[in-house]
Design a protein around this ligand. Structure first.
Ligand code: GTP
Ligand code: MG
Length: 196
């Protein structure tokens, strides 16, 4: 299904964040985990968010206005954290940007936290959880690139990630190639942006 969506703006620092208007759902995860691909898959637009084989592609925050009917919200593509091949300086420059967005952004309604299914949960993801709990932000966890594992191994990873992150519900195994899990994650996303 194609959801009307369009690019709104980018920001390299908090002074460039757009004025708060619609509710926002942030997509976070390590560099190369598949954040931009997932945004495209959720709304059914191939080239909306730019994707790349080269980790560290998204260096800015990017706002996309998404207008399912009824309703409208922003999906926000965040720069990937923790990729070892970019310089330490560059990693350090991203951190305050991401933290100021997640820590202070008033219209932020929830988070899609992406974890590569073959890599599993590591320290960086664990770092997020207490912080999210403190802000009382809802989070949906997606295990990306599920097409790279057979079904039985996927289920094992789902259980491991749930335990590691202390979640109350199963993370969703998703693949932008096969489309697995995309509808389920979209429904969770809408549930966070438009709670009943
Ligand atoms: P940064 O912007 O660098 O942080 O990366 P990102 O998290 O936005 O990842 P991106 O969507 O650019 O995808 C990175 C690579 O993973 C690309 O080569 C994608 O084609 C590939 N990829 C994304 N999703 C999937 C998937 O579901 N399955 C497979 N096999 N590859 C995927
Ligand atoms: Mg990206």
């Amino acid at each position: 299904m194609k959801i009307p969506a369009r690019f709104i703006t980018s920001a390299a620092d908090p002074a460039q964040f757009p004025p708060p208007s619609l509710r926002e759902l942030a997509v976070v995860g390590r560099s190369n985990v598949g954040k931009s691909s997932l945004i495209n898959a959720l709304v059914g637009h191939d080239g909306l968010a730019r994707t790349s084989r080269t980790p560290g592609r998204t260096r800015l925050l990017n706002w996309f206005e998404v207008t399912p009917s009824p309703g409208a919200f922003f999906l926000v593509d965040l720069p990937g954290y923790g990729y070892a091949a970019v310089s330490a300086d560059m990693r350090e420059s991203w951190r305050p940007l991401i933290e100021s967005y997640l820590g202070e952004r008033e219209p932020l309604a929830g988070l899609l936290l992406l974890v590569d299914i073959r890599r599993g949960v590591a320290e960086e993801e664990l770092d997020f959880m207490p912080w999210l709990a403190q802000r009382e932000l809802p989070v949906a966890v997606a295990l990306t690139k599920a097409d790279k594992l057979p079904k039985n191994k996927r289920n094992l990873e789902v259980m491991k990630a749930r335990r590691a992150l202390g979640l109350t519900r199963d993370p969703v195994a998703v693949s932008t190639l096969s489309g697995d899990g995309i509808d389920a994650l979209w429904r969770m996303a809408l549930g966070m942006v438009f709670p009943r």
